[in-house]
Every structure is written in C-alpha cells, then in structure tokens.
Design a protein around this ligand. Structure first.
Ligand SMILES: [Zn+2]
Length: 138
C-alpha cells in the first residue's frame, strides 16, 4: 500500500513538473467558485452553477499552465489589488491578538493609529507618522 502511495506521489510530481501549481489568485478563484456553487444550490440558480464551473475550470487551467511567467504576473496583479484589504484584516487580527498588552490610540493631529503599552496610566507619546506629541490614558 505504501508503495502505491509513493508511486502516486512520484507520478503526480512528474506530472506537475514545469507546471505553475497553486497560488493566491488560484485559491481566491476556487473559493469564489465554491461560494457561487453553494449560493446556486440554495437559490436554485443554474446560471450561477455554470459560473462556478467556469471558475473551477479557470482555476485548474492556471494550476496546470506551463506559462509560469504570465501566471506569476497575474498573481502579482491580484496581490497588489487586494493588498489594502489584506493589510486591514491583518492589522485587525494583530490588534485582537495583542489586546491584553497593547492599547490602540489615535493621534489627535493626523488621526494615525498606534499602539501603547496597556495599563500604564497617562502616557505622553510621539506619533510615529507626524512626530507630534500627545497624551493618552491607557
Ligand atoms: Zn500624528
């Protein structure tokens, strides 16, 4: 049985050699396809089911593509497009994880948000963006 799986792994590895594989854009397209498929089955919309199938086919074509430079360019464009929302969610996650040790305050001059150690009382802080000093109670 182990011989079968190692042969399967070798065969798949040989098949994928020189092909692009999976990336962020591919995962996003596949995720969108799954969401479309679920909504289509709930709403009973066959056209959305067709759209999901098309998205899956596009995702598979990208995975199996040998034009690695073009796929990489597409992925880079996608990552540049979603950089701001991703950064926002990353910041929210970081704030949530550090909520017991850090207090997040806003600069009264430029409204930039920055972190201060929590539970230290009244602190005088220098804004990392504009350099103005302000007092915060944390
Ligand atoms: Zn500021």
């Amino acid at each position: 049985m182990q011989g079968f799986f190692s042969k399967l792994r070798e065969g798949l590895s040989r098949f994928m050699n020189g092909r692009y594989g999976c990336d962020h854009l591919g995962m996003a397209i596949a995720s969108l396809a799954i969401v479309c498929s679920i909504i289509a089955s709930i709403g009973g919309w066959p056209w959305l089911s067709i759209a999901a199938t098309v998205l899956i086919v596009v995702s598979m074509v990208r995975v199996l593509s040998r034009d690695i430079a073009s796929r990489r360019r597409e992925n880079d464009s996608f990552l540049a497009l979603v950089a701001k929302p991703r950064s926002f969610f990353h910041r929210q996650k970081s704030k949530w994880e550090n909520r017991s040790t850090k207090a997040y305050v806003r600069c009264p001059y430029c409204h930039a948000e920055f972190a201060l150690p929590k539970g230290k009382g009244k602190l005088r802080a220098t804004c990392p963006k504009c350099g103005q000093k302000s007092e915060h109670t944390v």
